[in-house]
Design a protein around this ligand. Sequence first.
Ligand SMILES: C[S@@+](CC[C@H](N)C(=O)[O-])C[C@H]1O[C@@H](n2cnc3c(N)ncnc32)[C@H](O)[C@@H]1O
Length: 350
Amino acid sequence: MSFSEYKLYIEEGDVAILYINPFKMFAIDIKRMIPDKNGRLVENIFQTMYGSLKVNSLIGKKFGSKILLSRGWAYILHPTSELWTTLLPHRTQILYTPDISMVLFQLDLFPGKVVIESGTGSGSVTHSLARTISPNGHVYTFEFHESRQQKAVEEFALHKLSNVVTVTLRNVCEQGFGEEMNNKADAVFLDLPSPWEAVKHAVKCFKKKGGRIASFSPCIEQVQKVCLELKALGFVDIITMECHQRELTVSEKNLSAMSLDWRETPKPVKTALCIPAQEQIPGHTGFLTFATLPPDFSRSASGVVQQPVKITEMEIENVVLDENFHTEPVSMISMSCSDLSGECSDRLLS
Ligand SMILES: C[S@@+](CC[C@H](N)C(=O)[O-])C[C@H]1O[C@@H](n2cnc3c(N)ncnc32)[C@H](O)[C@@H]1O
């Protein structure tokens, strides 16, 4: 079993997902025996609210099977990056599937690509990156917190991703990504408290043909700083967006029907299917900033591209500007769903 490939039957050493309902899932290590409190090996029995499960009984079963618990039933599923993101032990804040899917799409990732990530954190994004670039691409992920880095190495080994993921202990803002990363990457993903400090190091990592960068930040002030740094270093097509998931609830409502005939009383009422508009969309996770580094022949010696930079900003919602609010650059906040190009955006960003 690997998080990047599918197989049919469960074997010892795999990880499988015990699915009771969408809100109750567990990742189970398929081991016949586990050590008890005193270190003695005992039969591996997994407890759930619907009774116990002998893990041993899963070996040889097909992924996707319905299985019996002592007081109920569940499904045993093949692990995926998406399921792992909902289950993983949180060592840090993590990115969730809507943001991750936008990152994969905007970074133009597919099998064979080389991507650099920092920080690794809980490995939520790393799992999706790894599956997307598998089997012949590679994820180089950097983390400066020693125990997190170590845990990530162990987890990727258990999930059989070590062939496509390398986890390095390093402070990328202070030390960069290392010379061995020079001209290696198609894409870079940053989820750091101060990503603008890592951008100059990231530039060196891109292949000569350039590539795509993404940065995730919860605060607009971080976005502003990273955008200015991206622009200063010659990135183009800078775009910041926020992914909102909106649930549509379809319900039947009584609506009074319009009638132009004033003599008609009482007004007829019609039942119609409606999807009420949700005024507030909860769940701000963070802003995603994407940009392109052009091929090196079109960069100037200073790294700044000569042509005007085009900046598009999409859907930064619920940001209220008042006259007293002023941070540089104001345009990052005030322009919503607009596409600014050439001189105009240069003026607004400078
Ligand atoms: C928010 S977490 C990343 C979460 C990750 N994207 C996920 O979805 O699981 C940020 C991580 O960056 C690491 N970090 C912060 N500054 C760093 C730096 N300068 N170099 C390397 N790692 C750094 C932190 O230790 C933390 O684990």
